[in-house]
Write a protein that binds this ligand. Sequence first.
Ligand SMILES: [Ca+2]
Ligand SMILES: [Ca+2]
Ligand SMILES: [Ca+2]
Length: 227
Amino acid sequence: MTKSGRTAIAAVPLLLVGVGGGSGTFAALVENGSFEADEAPVGFYTLVPPGTVTGWDFIGPPGSNVAIIGENFSQGGFTFPAQEGVQFIDLTGTSNTTSGLQTMISTQPGTAYDVAFFLGNVVDPTGAFGATSTVGLQIDGGAAVSFTNLGGAGSNMLFWEQKSHQFVATGSSTMLAFINMDPSSDSANSLDNIAVTVVPEASQWAMMLGGLGLIALAVRRRRSPPA
Ligand SMILES: [Ca+2]
Ligand SMILES: [Ca+2]
Ligand SMILES: [Ca+2]
């Protein structure tokens, strides 16, 4: 292999880092998607409302709430570790109704996005936490798409499962809402680590490969000995 060939290949990881950085920008489409921004008391929780969640708006019937669950929370013989960081959201709060959170993200019309999030469940059929956890995801106020976590049987620890959903944006902003769909007898429906990313298109891959070629060329020219 020639020297310039090695140089070009060495440049590839740099470009991929650059492309990854671009994706990272898209991942940050959701502000505070891990619910770490507002510190809840350790071993306890903060009800919203009256509290607030950075980057999100509470939605739900009058008198209802959700909860920011603090680090090291445990109750009723169960432990509730976060999926990412130390905090997460309990969509049931203390009201156990159709409460939830919504956030507005910047989008490009016609672009496909992937919404990934973790849904937590405990199996407590004779206790307060129910046996299943179902979240409804609404895009721009459309029909809720439901996701259910049935896992965690035989464990006394919150069990996390990743879910994802793709949509094509129709406007320059898109509203995402996560709504509790557990029965009123169920007081645990956990949500953490929400990230939205652009679904790569064939044309974007072509641009990236074109970029690779240009960088390889530039590096080769730079490395050429002066005439
Ligand atoms: Ca978190
Ligand atoms: Ca539940
Ligand atoms: Ca609860």
